[in-house]
Design a protein around this ligand. Structure first.
Ligand SMILES: C[S@@+](CC[C@H](N)C(=O)[O-])C[C@H]1O[C@@H](n2cnc3c(N)ncnc32)[C@H](O)[C@@H]1O
Length: 343
């Protein structure tokens, strides 16, 4: 955790936040690596709450239900990498495609390539061009004048759009996600200037990619584990909030819009895009928006009151392709919108 981000963004306790109380967290026993907190604790100052949150491998884990996340993810945090391509391939073949290891690896391969494939000299031979989500972000951000102030990238995955935001705004950016293996790719870029991910050729055949990625020279980006539905920040903390391809992955899409609006400063901008590719394991069918229309989803988030978010540009159709392997990709037609918050 970068001290600059901690002091500027003043994270608050998510347990108290769930009750509508705002309690800025205190940093306890930090172990530093230059200006970054490598490990330590963030504690709620309220005597009634006393919740504490760990900083693991530089990432604060700011979740109200810390136990559930740790139960599903701590082994991924502590897992070490296999650096030998032959050993790695043997392990993958021995395990087969249906294990948790294989599922996690496929996801890391898709988002690693999509976010950092442009830095891979071999990507010129690929059927699917990387960087669709970066073009999506650029389409939405280009429509508005640049402005300073901190930005939040919700569901940032491997983090490349957070670096793009930092380059545009020349200000602090925080990427948040719940997915440790994807966030770890982003954290490798701020820590070591290296994008490290598995590259899937086809089937069960992967090659490691370790790409030079000097994208964070000014130290503007940081990546934390936090929940888009219960953000650990006081109201109005950010000037810009971006949520690309997130709304169809959360249990409450309207709740995510309300929460993004809460932490957005009056006059700030929100950038949303989604392919409306609802999955029952992520979003219960009762919460699916059948209109597949962002203006309708945003209006539903504030109903029966008028939305404080005013469209800043009309809805746009944006193509997004996610590579699965060298002969396959998912092709989405997303709807994207930029909004300005009243005030
Ligand atoms: C479809 S991916 C899109 C990632 C990235 N924005 C992009 O377009 O390349 C959705 C991301 O949202 C994250 N996510 C899902 N639910 C979340 C939540 N409640 N809070 C934070 N992130 C979440 C997932 O882990 C995943 O990385």
């Amino acid at each position: 955790m970068r001290l600059r981000h901690f002091h500027t963004l003043k994270p608050v306790c998510p347990v108290c936040g769930a009750r509508g109380e705002v309690r800025p967290l205190t940093l306890i026993d930090p172990v530093m690596r230059e200006d970054d907190v490598e490990t330590g604790l963030l504690a709620c100052p309220s005597p009634e709450c006393q919740a504490t949150y760990p900083i693991l491998q530089g990432a604060p884990i700011l979740l109200a239900d810390l136990s559930s996340w740790l139960a599903s993810n701590l082994h991924l945090v502590l897992q070490s990498d296999v650096y030998h391509a032959g050993v790695d391939g043997l392990l993958a073949r021995a395990l087969g495609p249906d294990t948790a290891f294989a599922v996690v690896r496929q996801q890391a391969a898709s988002y690693g390539y999509e976010h950092y494939g442009d830095l891979d000299p071999a990507s010129g031979c690929e059927h699917t061009a990387p960087g669709g989500v970066r073009r999506m972000a650029a389409d939405l951000l280009d429509a508005l004048p640049p402005a300073s102030g901190p930005s939040l990238d919700l569901g940032c995955a491997a983090g490349r759009t957070s670096f793009d935001l930092a380059d545009r705004t020349l200000d602090l950016v925080l990427g948040i996600d719940l997915n440790w293996p994807l966030l770890k790719i982003a954290r490798g870029v701020i820590g070591q200037g290296v994008a490290r991910y598995p590259h899937r050729r086809i089937g069960n055949r992967y090659e490691p990619r370790i790409l030079s990625a000097p994208l964070d020279t000014e130290g503007r980006a940081d990546f934390w584990v936090a929940d888009a539905l219960n953000l650990p920040f006081a109201a109005g903390t950010f000037r810009r909030v971006m949520a690309l391809n997130l709304l169809d992955c959360v249990s409450s899409p309207t709740g995510a819009v309300q929460e993004a609006n809460r932490i957005l400063a009056p006059g700030g901008h929100m950038f949303l895009a989604t392919p409306f590719d609802w999955a029952p394991h992520a979003t219960p069918a009762a919460a699916w928006q059948d209109e597949a229309d962002l203006p309708a989803l945003v209006a539903a988030a504030f109903s029966p009151y008028p939305s404080p978010l005013r469209p800043a540009v009309p809805p746009q159709d944006i193509v997004w392709r996610v590579r699965l392997h060298e002969r396959s990709h998912m092709h989405y037609r997303c709807q994207g919108m930029a909004y300005k918050k009243e005030g």
